[in-house]
Design a protein around this ligand. Sequence first.
Ligand SMILES: Cc1cc2nc3c(=O)[nH]c(=O)nc-3n(C[C@H](O)[C@H](O)[C@H](O)COP(=O)(O)O)c2cc1C
Length: 220
Amino acid sequence: MDVNVLGICGSPIKGGNMEAMLKHALEAAGAHQGVSTELLHLANLQIADCRHCNWCLAKQEEGKPCIIDDDMQAVYSSILQADVLLLATPAYAARLSGYLAVFLDRFRCLVLGKHYRGSLGGKVGGALTVAWLRNAGQETTLLSVISSLLMWGMIVVNPGPGTCQYGATGLSSDVGTGKFDPKDRLGVLKDEMGMRAAASLGERSVEIARLLKAGKQALA
Ligand SMILES: Cc1cc2nc3c(=O)[nH]c(=O)nc-3n(C[C@H](O)[C@H](O)[C@H](O)COP(=O)(O)O)c2cc1C
């Protein structure tokens, strides 16, 4: 059964820790037969804030979820086709980055829009974060993401027992102490537990998406 997994990287840094961790999750998901993966890096896209103009509520049409003419137009079709959304953000002041917050606000037209209302319901979602310090907002960051997914009726998946309960968390300084090797930009790759959690989140989200699809087919 085919499963489409869309990973969104909400770090302003291209090729940084968050992207490396998200790629690991997508590789683990993509290792399963029939799974296709796509990674979108928000730093490569021009995405404006939702203006609360309510165009989507009254005038939305098929093929045009939002009136704002920016890079989000092309992204909407990837979101609609995805069975799984993996949302990744570095911990910024113990919550999601501004890039990801702006991006998630633009989902309103898929939740409440005249044509696309409820389009996110039943999709599988998971969150990943990377932080510099061991106890500096990883869980609040993940909660700031998954609370939106829950509100939209998505099925939130975690990486499973023995990891973080709210999503996958990685540390980019040496075991979260703040020490680092200046020659090594990608400290998260040394965080074995964080990388394992990312892979596990990728795999579990595919497993749950498959079960949901099989269940829907069986009931149809
Ligand atoms: C604006 C800002 C806020 C940050 N807030 C936190 C924080 O609350 N907790 C933390 O551990 N690290 C914090 N950091 C550090 C980043 O989360 C950390 O360096 C992370 O690895 C960045 O990921 P990247 O390599 O993908 O950019 C912050 C960094 C910035 C720029």
